[in-house]
Design a protein around this ligand. Structure first.
Ligand code: FE
Ligand code: FE
Length: 289
């Protein structure tokens, strides 16, 4: 396999910094309290996160999303097995921060092991293990702001409940009459499948997996970063009843994604046979990415 392009340390930093920010400042674990309003919080990661949101909210326009969909949803980047994709993703580690010993695979394993420990169905466990492998987009050279971060609809007004909403003032779609109404280009209750979300790892992975996993798993994957919907209950007017029925699955997944950091890191070598069987149950030998 080719060596992935190197990623500059600022960029790498944003990936971890964003996840910690969401988990500690915006949506802390029930019972825990955020230290302060997230706009003022005192943390060395703050500037990285602000800069990240600035770029994300400025760059995620309707046209940008369509360009990325055209580029990636043909799924003609590479053919990989799930294990090759996991290995490939794991080359994306944050070596800019010595305190973070969690690589990408550890986050995935901790998520899936927490789901397994609670006795959930095997496809739910598998979803935990695989939900972020769309982040291989970083290794194709995409900037972090177009890979991670919370997602939101484009083509209609940006809801005020989106984190750092004020940075949308720089998004050209805000001044475009086609896109800045409540419905924009959409129809009332058209269903989320007909809505274009900001581009990132969720939508990409949904298209890679859509023929292989049960519907609730696909919702978890496709909408796990759509916090404005699954945490803030925004955009219900774009949902149909099917979306509303599936919402609780996305909500069931979210705490495992955010709060599953374990002091005892799971051992991949020991767990590999179990996951290998699970992967073979649901997926063919190679998939198109
Ligand atoms: Fe994710
Ligand atoms: Fe995740």
């Amino acid at each position: 396999m080719n060596r992935p392009p190197s990623i500059d340390s600022n960029q790498q930093n944003a990936l971890q910094a964003w996840e910690e920010f969401i988990e500690e400042q915006v949506y802390p674990e029930p019972g825990a309290k955020a230290k302060a309003d997230y706009r003022n919080y005192d943390n060395p990661g703050r500037d990285t996160v602000r800069e990240f949101y600035k770029q994300n909210h400025h760059g995620q326009t309707f046209d940008f999303v369509n360009q990325k969909r055209d580029t990636y949803l043909e799924l003609n980047q590479r053919r990989m097995s799930i294990f090759e994709a996991l290995d490939y993703l794991n080359t994306l580690v944050d070596d800019s921060d010595p305190d973070i010993e969690l690589d990408q695979l550890q986050h995935l394993l901790q998520t899936s092991e927490a789901i397994r420990a609670d006795g959930h169905e095997d496809w739910f466990v598998l979803t935990g293990l695989l939900h972020d492998i769309g982040k291989v987009l970083c290794l194709y050279g995409e900037p972090q702001w177009a890979v991670v971060g919370d997602t939101f609809p484009v083509g209609c007004r940006f809801d005020e409940r989106i984190v750092y909403h004020e940075f949308f003032a720089d998004n050209p779609d805000t001044r475009d009459a086609r896109f800045n109404g409540r419905l924009g280009i959409y129809e009332e209750n058209c269903g989320l499948r007909n809505v274009k979300l900001s581009w990132g790892h969720d939508e990409y992975l949904y298209h890679i997996f859509k023929n292989y996993l049960p519907e609730p798993a696909l919702y978890m994957i496709r909408y796990h970063s759509f916090y404005a919907w699954h945490r803030e209950h925004a955009y219900d007017y774009l949902c149909d009843n099917h979306d509303r029925e599936m919402l609780h699955h996305v909500q069931a997944f979210n705490p495992y994604d955010l709060y599953s950091k374990s002091p005892q890191p799971p051992n991949w070598n020991e767990l590999r046979p179990y996951y290998s069987e699970l992967i073979n149950k649901y997926f063919p030998a190679k998939l198109s990415f």
